[in-house]
Design a protein around this ligand. Structure first.
Ligand code: FRU
Length: 506
């Protein structure tokens, strides 16, 4: 039986987590414990649109195959369970642990319902698990941090161990104020204000889902910076939801940005392209990192959607998927540290022989690849040498091997040698009519390195994730093509460039 004909299978990704049924948004409580990666997430257990917000739960040993678990923290008449984080409380600072086993503690936002005495407020609360994430108990003393605010949410908690001491730090947002607020605690239950950051750089929407972590620069443990992640909606670089990041220092009290381009609330968007963006596409939002990941890796997952049209994307009983997990690093480029990202690669295990092509001049127009190179679940690695004036790239998820005509489906990834921009065009990618903001062309300026452009592309039924120049810039977009639109072509317009190498794994 054609698997896509099964109920709930239309567009269902192979390698990206989506709930069996119903709605999903932000990743929550990303934590590694005892050999298991836990992915909690904003979930509506009762429908395929946002509502009844609860923490869904999935587990994985390898970040690629996920087992769905029962809902971890359900909403009730008093509160919806909004986004937050989870930690392994190794020293049992919270006292929730029993029998010497460290508890898992979730720090989430209580979005108080009309039935609650705190109706309309958002405050931070705890739930804990003493059976490695299987069952959760809400702390009787909730909320643990209440600013009497209606827009105070998305706590990300980590253990700080530095010059100023050793304690828990919480980064959360005052969303409307475009402010990240930092607090400290010895036991996760009592919190003391440290400082705030913002508004700065992109402020065209509310600030949500922050994260703060330290990374070595170019792998040097003696030269580190702190990265502050701030998701915002709308006001993203490609329209709607997106994630931005700041690089700077954190002394245990204050985050000081070294990458601020504009301070305060911005009314004109003329400097948007100068800000640090986690992704230049439309569908990478609410991205946060794992706590306690092994080997010092900093692994992030984003929600592969955009609030502009998330409620309208084609659904087959489930709606929305997560991005592939990405390892992030800081590398010096042009004298300053920037984030580079590498996806956890589903195609490393030996599968079918990959399709490969060696160095060749590109033919002008589209060169369609043989059917062995086609598919809707692929990893494509291409190295291109764009020519003087023209466009070079790839045609993905295409419906036919004839010249592109108005009726054909295709998603086009092209580098323009004149503008120096890489673009992903999904205007003809398939079903684009479900929302008027969906058809779009995403663009990012990408410097060639020794005249070359390296691309790694993951296709997974309803998504295209592009990692350019070894993760220096990424573009993530959903697409909804026909099942049969699986052709891949090489594109050259104007001065045709050179293909240096191509490997397609499927
Ligand atoms: C981000 C967000 C968070 C909030 C959650 C509610 O997408 O709006 O700020 O906690 O979704 O589902």
């Amino acid at each position: 039986m054609n698997p896509t004909a099964e109920l709930g299978c239309r567009y269902r990704p192979e390698w990206h987590y989506a709930a069996e049924r119903n709605w999903l948004n932000d990743p929550n409580g990303l934590v590694y414990s005892n050999g298991v990666y836990h992915l909690f997430y904003q979930h509506n257990p009762h429908g395929d649109v946002w509502g009844n917000m609860s923490w869904g739960h999935a587990t994985s040993a390898d970040l690629l195959t996920w087992d769905e678990q029962p809902v971890a923290i359900p909403c009730d008449e008093q509160e919806a369970i909004f986004s937050g984080s989870a930690v392994v409380d190794t020293s049992n600072t919270s006292g929730f642990g029993v029998g010497g086993v460290p508890p898992l503690v979730a720090i989430y936002t209580s979005a108080y319902a009309p039935g609650s005495p705190l109706a309309g407020r958002q405050a931070q609360s705890l739930a804990y698990s003493t059976d490695d994430g299987a069952t959760w108990t809400k702390y009787a003393g909730n909320p643990v941090l209440d600013r009497a605010s209606a827009e105070f949410r998305d706590p990300k908690v980590f253990w700080y161990d530095g010059g100023a001491g050793s304690y828990w730090v919480m980064a959360a947002v005052e969303a409307e104020d475009r402010e990240v607020v930092l607090y400290k605690s010895a036991d996760l239950k009592t919190w003391e204000f440290l400082s705030s950051f913002g508004p700065a750089n992109a402020t065209g929407g509310v600030w949500e889902c922050p994260d703060l972590f330290e990374l070595p620069v170019d792998g040097d443990p003696h030269d580190t910076r702190w990265v502050l992640i701030v998701n915002l909606n709308p006001g993203g670089i490609a329209g709607g939801s997106a994630g931005q990041y700041f690089v700077g220092t954190f002394d245990g009290v204050t985050f000081r940005s070294e990458s601020t381009v504009t301070e305060g609330l911005q009314t004109d968007g003329s400097r948007m392209a100068e800000y640090g963006w986690l992704d230049w596409g439309r569908d990478y939002y609410a991205a946060v990192s794992f706590s306690n990941a092994p080997d010092g890796r900093r692994l992030m997952i984003g929600w592969m959607n955009n609030w502009q049209y998330a409620a309208a994307t084609p659904s087959d009983g489930w709606r929305s998927a997560m991005s592939l997990p990405r390892e992030v690093r800081l590398e010096s480029r042009g004298g300053r540290p920037v984030l580079v990202q590498e996806a956890v690669d589903p195609f490393t295990a030996s599968g079918a022989e990959p399709f490969t092509l060696g160095r060749q001049e590109l033919e002008r127009g589209i060169t369609w690849l043989p059917s062995g190179a086609s598919g809707d679940v692929l990893r494509i690695d291409a190295e291109l040498q764009p020519a003087g004036a023209g466009k070079t790239g790839l045609v993905l998820r295409a419906s036919g091997c004839s010249a592109l005509d108005s009726g054909s489906e295709q998603t086009v990834l092209a580098y323009d040698s004149v503008t120096g921009e890489l673009s992903l065009d999904r205007t003809s990618s398939g079903n684009v009519s479900f929302h008027d903001t969906f058809p779009s062309v995403e663009r990012v300026a990408v410097p060639l390195i020794d005249g070359r452009l390296r691309l790694r592309i993951f296709l997974d039924r309803c998504s295209v994730e592009v990692f350019a120049q070894d993760g220096l810039a990424t573009i993530t977009d959903q697409v909804f093509p026909s099942d049969s639109s699986t052709a891949v072509g090489l594109l050259a317009e104007g001065d045709a460039g050179t293909l240096l190498s191509l490997t397609i794994a499927g």
